[in-house]
Design a protein around this ligand. Structure first.
Ligand code: TXE
Length: 483
């Protein structure tokens, strides 16, 4: 596959190049080879993107929702038709195995386009009767949105932000992570092929400074970020300067609580999905696995056994089930956490080593005997490392699960129905699971409490975050005035 894009940026319906920006090599994580080069947006490129998004938005916002939606749904169909090629590109961009990308990335992006495409015609205001006079509300677009993406789900994030923004009548400028710049360009291309007018979905490349320049422009009406908490603080503060709306999808240190009465096989599957899918590089991962003491032995034994079945190999081979870390830098961060875990007294049961291969590989790691105060139990690792903590009572498990600055996700495995619901009611997290983990269907709200974020993506809830309400008061009688 030719992984070199036509040009670095996609602006006003066309690829645009400006090689005077900082060079960004695109590295295939499985081998460490450079597979493409793009250039960070210069101020002139950012200006072009904002000007075109601003100009195109007005007419788009006035179209009936069903017309906007039809284009999004057509784009969803094209994405599904091209799932194979898009999945291969996602694998090159991120290193995630094709066995994952072929079912979780372009497919999830297409789901978002289809769902919000369908919803676009149903975005309405309401009528408020005042016994004569009345008010009606109009749900209007915000204007020009800026989307800033992380590197773990480049296609999905480009669609999860783009689809609701466009459905609501906005335009969007999306800046992918500098680590994975390729996939969003394909999303832009497909949207335009589906009939999206020029200027409504633009992609510009760059690092933090380019992101910062984009979001601080006064013509940007909304900022949506997926990234780390430190970046979230900066982006939120920058948006606050102009009193702009934000959606923040940030990090997590989510708890997964497994009670003695849980089905061992399903609970272990939950641990695997919540810690080793995408080599552990998922914000909602359940990285603090609290296991009730009576089931600890069974869970650890079965988890260790099943991890040995992870197939590390060429990510493009459909039999490979475990890929490399996204970058050399990310692998070093994760190795640093593993060293800290050992130094602070946790038991490294297995993994955490570099196999003898090129690229950024790291074997999946299990830590047992982890305590709440250890660094690996407090900070987001963002790699294939699970921490197993022991507990005795439900009350204790819930209190310890919530003892974190984060609140993105939480899960519980138990066969006690009422306890499961009690736990979910008690979790301080935006996305919770009973007897499963880490599924994120477009129909359900996704997002975090506490430091994990603001706002929700997906579902009808996202409409609130990409539109605004105007009320129209209608006087039906004479106007009374005091003098
Ligand atoms: O994310 P960053 P990075 C976590 C994970 C990982 C760490 C670093 O713990 O180890 O973040 O990853 C852009 N104004 N997550 O460096 O730095 C930046 O260019 C505007 C969790 O990739 O947060 C990129 O496009 N934009 C996360 C995006 O912000 C700025 C997924 C995210 O970068 C900016 C990925 C600025 N001042 C990593 N500074 C999750 N929750 O899913 C940076 N950017």
């Amino acid at each position: 596959m030719n992984t070199q894009p036509t040009a670095s940026h996609f602006i006003n319906g066309a690829f645009v190049e400006d090689s005077s920006g900082t060079e960004i090599p695109v590295i295939y994580p499985a081998t460490g080879e450079v597979i493409a080069t793009v250039y960070a947006a210069t101020p002139a490129i950012i200006e072009q993107a904002i000007a075109s998004a601003k100009a195109a938005q007005k007419a788009w916002g006035k179209l009936p929702g069903t017309e906007r939606g039809r284009i999004l749904r057509r784009a969803a169909d094209i994405m599904r038709d091209r799932n194979h090629d898009l999945s291969v590109l996602e694998t090159y961009d991120t290193g995630k195995p094709y066995s994952e990308t072929s079912v979780a990335d372009a497919t999830s992006g297409a789901d978002a386009l289809e769902y919000f495409g369908g919803l676009a015609g149903a975005i309405t205001g309401e009528h408020i009767d005042l016994g004569g006079d009345f008010v009606y509300t109009r749900r209007e677009p915000l204007g020009v949105c800026a989307g800033i993406g992380a590197w773990n789900y480049p296609t999905q994030i480009a669609c999860w932000k783009g689809a609701p923004a466009l459905a609501c009548g906005n335009s969007i400028i999306f800046k992918p992570s500098e680590t994975t710049p390729l996939c969003a360009l394909k999303v832009a291309e497909i949207l335009h092929e589906a009939g999206l007018p020029a200027g409504l979905y633009n992609v510009i490349q760059g690092m933090g400074p380019q992101g910062a320049q984009l979001i601080t422009d006064p013509r940007i009406d909304k900022v949506s970020l997926t990234g780390s908490v430190p970046t979230g603080r900066k982006v939120y503060a920058a948006a606050a300067e102009n009193i702009r709306a934000v959606t923040m999808e940030l990090g997590g240190k989510s708890p997964l609580v497994i009670f003695d009465d849980a089905d061992v096989e399903n609970a272990v599957s939950g641990i695997i999905l919540g810690n080793f899918y995408s080599s552990g590089q998922i914000c909602s991962n359940g990285t603090r696995v609290f296991v009730q003491r009576g089931i600890k032995g069974a869970i650890l034994a079965r988890l260790t056994e099943r991890l040995a079945n992870a197939q590390m190999g060429d990510p493009l081979d459909p039999d490979t089930t475990f890929g490399p870390m996204v970058s050399a830098a990310q692998r070093e961060i994760v190795e640093g956490f593993i060293a800290k875990g050992q130094a602070e007294g946790a038991t490294l049961v297995t993994g955490g080593t570099r196999p003898d291969k090129d690229g950024f590989w790291l074997t999946p790691a299990i830590f047992a005997d982890v305590t709440d105060d250890m660094t690996i139990a407090r900070e987001e690792i963002f790699g294939p490392v699970v921490s197993i903590l022991d507990f005795d009572t439900e009350e204790e498990a819930l209190a310890r699960a919530n003892d974190t600055i984060y609140g993105l996700a939480a899960g519980v495995f138990t066969s006690d129905l009422t306890r499961a619901h009690r736990m979910c009611a008690g979790f301080e997290a935006g996305t919770t699971y009973i007897n499963t983990y880490n599924l994120a269907p477009v129909e359900a709200p996704f997002g975090g409490m506490k430091l994990s974020g603001v706002g929700r993506e997906n579902s009808k809830a996202a409409i609130e975050h990409y539109s605004q309400i105007k009320s129209v008061y209608v006087g039906m009688g004479d106007v009374e005035a005091p003098f």
